[in-house]
Design a protein around this ligand. Sequence first.
Ligand code: SAM
Length: 225
Amino acid sequence: MPLDRDAAHYLFGVMRLKQGAEVLLFNGADGEWRATVAEAGKRGGTLEPQRRTRPQTMPPDLWLMFAPVKKARTDFIVEKAVEMGVRRLLPVATEFTNSERIRQDRLQSHAREAAEQCGATFVPEVADLAKLPDVLSAWPEDRRLMFCDEAQAGGDGPAARPFAEAGGPGPWAVLIGPEGGFSDRERARLHAMEAAHVASLGPRILRADTAAVAAITLWQLRFGD
Ligand code: SAM
């Protein structure tokens, strides 16, 4: 199996592996494999797969839709979402989103590194930044949406039991807003969506990165395997 330049640099330049060394491989479709280094070069090399060590596993069918925040906190959201088990990450631009652009390739690399770190054999796709109204207009009929609405925090909002009335398992997405929260217009649209389940994450307004971790935790507790 040929290696590209980046993989060769990591294995032979950074990790200093030599011919005959053993590595673990995964491609997101065929589980984890033990392989040996057949050729090691500065710009390339080859691996020889030996045997499958673990079957392919998939995280549950949960998407995380989130408005990008500051760089380090967006990286944190991607990393933790992969560790905690989501199948797809969708960055969305909302009315109050600060970052108009993201480095999708960077976030995808973070997702791969997080999967490697936690021993997952599946790397969730990080989609390119899309506008929230466009995503909602094409919303899949069978996927429920946990709309984490900071306006539900405190006051008369329900306690942090976002899935108490949520029915059975099935495809879900969690939506987390930006630092400035959702606009009234966005809130009205989301409240009117049949697929949306309006959720409180408790009495305090959480930072967006904390809210993402809390929402995924609560979803996993209710529906995860
Ligand atoms: N200014 C802070 C920051 O810098 O991250 C708070 C941002 S909070 C408005 C970001 C998002 O987290 C909200 O749009 C919402 O999706 C979610 N969130 C935070 N606290 C929440 C709560 N108690 N209930 C529901 N969602 C919450």
